[in-house]
Design a protein around this ligand. Sequence first.
Ligand code: AMP
Length: 565
Amino acid sequence: MRRWGDVAGRVAATTKTSEKTAILAAYLADLAPADLPVAAVFLTGRPFPEADQRSTGVGWAGLAGAVLRVAAADGEALRRAYDRSSDVATAVGEVLAEAGHAPDPAHEPTLGEVRAAFEAIEAASGAGAKAALLEALLARTSPATATAIVRVMSGELRIGLREGLLEAAIAKAFDRPLTAVKRAGMLTGDVGRTALLARDGRLEEAALALFNPLKFMLASPAEDAAEIIGRLGPTVWVEDKYDGIRAQLHHAGGEVRLYSRDLHDISGQFPEVVEGARGLPWAGILDGEILAWRDGVVLPFLQLQARLGRKNPSARILAEIPVIYVAWDVLGMDRGADALVAPLLEEPLTERRRRLEALELPLAADGGRFALSHLVSVDSVDGLEAAFAEARARRNEGLMVKDPTSRYTPGRRGMGWLKMKKALATLDCVVVGVEVGHGKRHGVLSDYTFAVRDDASGHLVTIGKAYTGLTDAEIAEMTRWFEAHTISTHGRYRVVEPTAVVEVAFDVIMRSARHKSGFALRFPRIARLRPDKPADEVDTLATVTRLYEGLQHGAEHLVTASARR
Ligand code: AMP
C-alpha cells in the first residue's frame, strides 16, 4: 500500500497527462495478478469496484475517532489540520505525523490487507465496530500511507486522475488497444477486472453479466428547442421526462433485481415490479423509471417519496401508492437463462427500442406492471415546443430528447440524450455548508450553502445559499444527518461532508464575486432533496456558464422559462 501511495503522489505531482499515464502504466505492468485489480480499483478512489454495491460506511465521526485514538490527539488537532488544507486525507496524515506515529515499516499493510480491512469494515455492523477496525488498520500504517488509505475510503483521490486516463494506462501497460479496454470497462463496470483481462489478453471475453449493474447513461441539460434541434436534428426522438426513480431491471428465469442509479439493489422496495417481471420469457437488462401510478394517472413525485427507503412496504402503502416500471431502453438481451447476456449497447437507439417493443411487456393498462416511455418523432422547433406542452399536460417533468442513432454510453453525460425540463429553472448542487436558521427555524440546520463542480479542477465551487424549501420533517431529518457529517464548526456555520445533493430552483444566473464559482443565483430555493443522486453527478461549472450565456440572449427566454414553471 505504501508503494500505491507513492505512485498516487507522483501522479498528483505532475499536470501532464502523458506523464501520469506513463507512471501508472509502469506501476500496473509490474504488479502481481492478485494486486493488480485492487490497485486499479483504488486508483478510481473507491474501496470496491463501481458495480459492487458495497461501501465501508465509515462517516466523518468514525474516521475522526479512529485517527484521534491512534494519534492520541484531540479533535482540535484534526480540525486545525483540516482548516489548513480542506482535505480530509491530508489532515489525517498530518495529525498522525504531528503525533510522531511511526509504526514498524516491515508491518505496513499490503494492498491485499487494506482491501481485506475494507471488506471487514463493510461487513461490521455499527459505527463503533467499523471505527475499531479502521483504528487497527491505521495503527500499523505510516502517516503517508494513512493519507492514501483515507483518499480511497473518502472517494476524494485529488490526484487529477480521470477514468479515461486509467484506461489509457491499462492499455499502455499491457499493450492493448484503448478501444478494447474501454469496451471491457463499460461492460464489466469493474476497472480491476478490466485490468486483469487486459493483462491476460482476454479483453474480448468481457460480457454483460446479469445482476451486476451497469452505470446509467446520463443526459445533458439543454437550453431551448432551437438548440436541441440544431444539435440532434433534423429528426429527434422525444420522450416524456418522468419524475420518478431511475432503475435498471435485471431479469433471468425466476430472478428479478432493480438497481438504483448509484447501483444499489432496491428490489425490496418495489415488490410489485419484481413480481410483475418474474417469469417473463426473456433474460435481459432494461433501463427505465419507477413511477407512482394509479388508475391510469401518474402521481406526483411527492407521493412516490413515501415509498423510498422502505424495504418490505406494508400492504396499505402498496395499495395507496402503487408503482409501475416505465421502460425506455434495453441494454442486453438473451432468450436463454444463463447469467450472461448479449450486449446491445452499441446498437442504435432505433434498434434497441424495436427490441424493447418486441418484448411485449405486460402493460399497466392491462393489469401488468409495465409501461413503455411515451415516444414521438419530431423534426421541427415548433413540434418540440408542442411536445413539451403535451408532456407537462400529462403531468410529467419535461422532455428527454434522444438522437435515434445514438449508442448507449454507460456513465457518460453525452449529447445523445438531452433533457429539457422546466426550462433552465433548476441545478443539481451539493451541500457543502449549513447554518442554524432564524426565527421558526432556530435550532435546526436550515440554511444551506451549496456548490457545483468545476470540471477543470474537479473541485467543488460554491454558487449560492438557500433557506430551504423543504418540509419541517425533511429539515429535521437533514439536521440529524448534517450533525453526524459535520467536518468542522465555525460559530453558526458548519462545514459538512459534501455528499447531500439538492435540486436548486432559481430565477436568474448572475456573475458575482460572492461565491467561488464566480456566479450567483437570484432567488434560489431548494426544490427537493436528491438522495438518489451521487455527489459526483452534480451539475458542473460548464453547465452553469452555458445556462448563463443562454440567458444573455434576451428576455424572451426568461418569459418562456417562468411561464413553464
Ligand atoms: P436529471 O436527474 O435531472 O439529471 O435527469 C436525468 C434523469 O431523467 C434520468 O436519470 C432519469 O431518471 C430521468 N428520466 C425521466 N424520463 C426519462 C426518459 N424518457 N429517458 C431517460 N431518462 C429519463
